[in-house]
Structures are given as structure tokens and as C-alpha cells.
Design a protein around this ligand. Structure first.
Ligand code: HAM
Length: 407
């Protein structure tokens, strides 16, 4: 037997139902916030991710599904969605057009990580990317959008917030941090020793407890923001407070992708194990220009769909389900036509084998139908159908032409 690859799962049954329920909720909330749907390819030139997610990140350094295609092109399966949307935004020349452009997407991402609960090699994200709005009101809107998706789904979370500064304040902070970390070189882990030369701020979210004990005394970027970043961060906190959205400031929240500037945030959930980040995002004001476009402010987020499936309790959406069958061969075509008609408006199950009424009722009950409808020789003779409401137990025989209008 051939099995699926490690860290790559099929989605079916109640999880598949929750997945599509989640997408319905997330897309309708995003639409209300002005986002339009975009789809970008799963496969992109590797260079796109080297430049955006960053060569020093774990995602690019250790986790890419990277290969040469038959034409010798260096390509990889996308490890995340933002880079592709930015590429498309530039390729469509929307950066030159100006104005605000907001996109939402969903699809699979690929990271060659060590699989564990909540950590897959193929996983799905729902994401939103907003281009062209530098106001901090947009940061608040994006965060409130995520919060609204989770509250619609009944998912509890903690919001963690930080500011990563901008090209004015980040470089001088980095120098301070490097100086601090280098004064503790003997005590830090090998990963941090490497990070301090490649991407120093990533040391701050090292999972090693002894490193964390050292970094709690490290200089904090929030104490070294320039006045612009400081004012925006204060305004963002104000706006979230005014909207009654609770948050925690986490000065060690640096995110695993290199493109962030200013606001960075994560939604975490308790009770799903150690992989508890259910959404992450932030501002990336320099990425469009860095990838060859015209400088454009941008902000976005992505939700990890598999991580929240266990937290979703689908709303009782049990609507009507019509079961339609026939008592004999001769009535099959008529019952098939009736099912086709009904499917235009209601979920309908058609049974292609003629059966006794008792057996039809049994199956209708088993699949949770709301109505069991049957055609036999009597009904066929006068163009009618027998219908039983399985809740009220009411039975009636009605003309086929009136059947569609029923309920
Ligand atoms: P990220 O934090 O790398 O950000 O991923 C977003 C979410 O995807 C995580 O919070 C988590 O729920 C889920 N996720 C990540 N890796 C895995 C995995 N191996 N298995 C299961 N779920 C996973 C991004 O990807 C950014 N592109 C978000 C963004 C959009 N920032 C700005 N715009």
C-alpha cells in the first residue's frame, strides 16, 4: 500500500466540513473588510523566497522543498503566501497604479519541518495582504479582521503584539543587541551564535531556556523606537483598546520571516499543544520595493487552518435534506427528474435502486434526511410524488409540478 508522505495529510469527514465552514466564514469577513480573492501558483522561482522570507531564516535555510525543474530552473514549493502575492502585485503593475489594493487567499504551503501535532509539512493558510495604506488604522483593521474571524468561529485566543521598528530605528537597535549578545557569547546556544551574525533580532525568540534567561535583560526595541514608530505603536494600542480587543505586549516577538517592519502580531491559543500560534502577521513596508516594485506600504496576516480545526465547533447548519427514491424500475426516471429539480434549491440525495417504502424510509433516516420522497406506479400514473416530513411525520402526495415549490 502507498501511504501519504510524512507531515502531509488527507482532509476528509468532519475536518473537511470544518475546513470549508472556516473558509466561508473567513472569506465573508475579509470581503466585508474590502479584500478580493487572489490565487497565486504553488511553485515559484526560489529567488523570490530567498529575497523576501530571507536567506537567514529557518524557512529558507532549512525547510524549503527546492529543486531544479526539467528546464533547469531553480524553483520551490511556496513556504508561505505573502511573497507570491507581492510578486503578483508588482507584476500586475498595481504598485505604479497607486491606491489601495487588498487581497485574500487560501491554499497549501510547504515547509520541510519535523512533523508533530500542529506542525505539518503541507499545511493550509488563509491570508490577507493589504497594499498602499500606511495609516496605523490599517494595522488596527487587519488585527480586528483576524479577531472577528476567530470570534465568529467561537475560538478563544491571546493576541501578542510588538513593533519591529523601521529602517530608521531598527539598525541602531540591532547594533545595541549585537553588542549585548556578543558580551554573552560563551553562554548562548550555537544557533544564537550563528544568528548574531546573520539576523541578530532572531536570537530573541530562541526556544532555548538558558538563552531566554540571558535575553530577558537584553535592550528592548520598544525602548529604542524612533518617534514615528513610537507614535504609531501607541495609536495602535489605543485603537485596539477602544475596540475592546485585549492584547499582550511581547517585546521578544520577532516573527520567523525577515520582511517585517513596525507592527508584528501573533494570535496564540491555549490547549492545542506547543505549536500554539494560530495566526501571525505584520507590516512589511519595504518588501514591495525590495522585490523590484515601487515603494508601497503593506500589511497582512495568515491563519494556519489545520491548527484551528480542533477548535472549531461548526454551527448547527443542519438544513433540509431531501431523500428521493422509487418503488420500481419504471418510476426511476421520474424520481431522478424530481431529484434534479429539487437540487436546484435544496440538498438532495437520489437513490438509484428501486426499493420497498420501508427500506427507503430506513435509509432516509440513516442519512439524516428531513424529507423522504418516493415515486411508485400510482404516483407515476398521475404525475405525483409521495412526501413524508421526517420531523413532523406528516405525509402527503402532491403533484410533481408543485413539488419544487414545497418548502
Ligand atoms: P507564519 O507565522 O510563518 O506567517 O505562518 C502563519 C501561520 O501558519 C502560523 O501562525 C501557523 O498557524 C501556520 N503554520 C506555520 N507553519 C506551519 C506548519 N508547519 N504546520 C501547520 N501550520 C503552520 C506567514 O506565513 C506570513 N506569510 C504571514 C503574513 C502574511 N505576514 C504578512 N502577511
Amino acid at each position: 500500500m502507498v501511504s501519504s508522505l510524512r507531515g502531509m495529510n488527507d482532509l476528509f469527514g468532519s475536518d473537511a466540513e470544518k475546513y470549508s465552514y472556516f473558509l466561508d466564514v473567513a472569506s465573508s469577513v475579509a470581503k466585508r473588510y474590502g479584500y478580493e480573492f487572489i490565487r497565486t501558483p504553488l511553485l515559484e522561482e526560489t529567488g523570490l523566497f530567498l529575497r523576501s522570507v530571507g536567506e537567514s531564516s529557518d524557512i529558507v535555510g532549512k525547510e524549503m522543498y527546492r529543486f531544479s525543474d526539467k528546464g533547469g530552473n531553480d524553483v520551490c514549493l511556496r513556504p508561505e503566501g505573502t511573497a507570491g502575492v507581492v510578486r503578483s502585485f508588482i507584476e500586475q503593475k498595481l504598485d505604479r497604479k497607486g491606491g489601495i489594493h487588498r487581497f485574500c487567499y487560501s491554499g497549501t504551503m510547504y515547509r520541510y519541518e519535523r512533523p508533530q501535532k500542529g506542525r505539518l509539512r503541507e499545511f493550509s493558510q488563509f491570508g490577507c495582504e493589504s497594499f498602499g495604506e500606511e495609516s496605523v488604522y490599517e494595522d488596527a483593521s487587519v488585527i480586528l479582521l483576524v479577531a472577528q474571524i476567530f470570534s465568529t468561529l467561537g475560538i478563544a485566543y491571546t493576541l501578542k503584539l510588538n513593533s519591529l521598528g523601521c529602517k530608521e530605528c531598527m539598525p541602531s537597535y540591532k547594533d545595541l543587541l549585537v553588542e549585548f549578545v556578543k558580551s554573552h557569547t560563551e553562554a548562548i546556544c550555537d544557533d544564537c551564535k550563528r544568528r548574531v551574525d546573520t539576523n541578530p533580532i532572531r536570537v530573541l525568540d530562541c526556544k532555548n531556556e538558558s538563552c531566554q534567561a540571558i535575553y530577558k535583560d537584553a535592550p528592548k526595541l520598544l525602548d529604542h523606537l524612533c518617534s514615528g514608530c513610537k507614535n504609531d505603536f501607541a495609536k495602535l494600542k489605543d485603537l485596539l483598546n477602544q475596540s475592546d480587543l485585549g492584547f499582550e505586549i511581547d517585546s521578544h516577538l520577532v516573527r520567523g520571516l525577515d520582511y517585517y517592519t513596525k507592527s508584528a502580531f501573533e494570535f496564540v491559543s491555549s490547549g492545542i499543544g506547543s505549536q500554539n500560534a494560530i495566526a501571525g502577521g505584520g507590516r512589511y513596508d519595504t518588501l514591495v520595493e525590495y522585490l523590484g516594485g515601487k515603494s508601497t506600504p503593506a500589511i497582512g496576516f495568515a491563519i494556519g487552518i489545520e491548527r484551528i480545526l480542533d477548535l472549531i465547533v461548526p454551527q448547527e447548519t443542519k438544513g433540509k435534506l431531501f431523500y428521493i427514491g422509487s418503488l420500481d424500475e419504471d418510476s426511476l426516471d421520474a424520481s431522478f427528474a424530481a431529484a434534479l429539480q429539487k437540487r436546484a434549491s435544496v440538498q438532495t440525495f437520489f437513490e438509484p435502486k428501486p426499493r420497498s417504502l420501508k427500506n427507503h424510509l430506513k435509509t432516509a433516516d440513516k442519512i439524516g434526511a428531513s424529507h423522504c420522497c418516493v415515486i411508485g406506479s400510482n404516483e407515476l400514473a398521475d404525475d405525483s410524488i409521495w412526501v413524508k416530513d421526517l420531523l413532523s411525520k406528516e405525509e402527503q402526495t402532491i403533484k410533481i409540478k408543485d413539488f419544487n415549490g414545497l418548502f
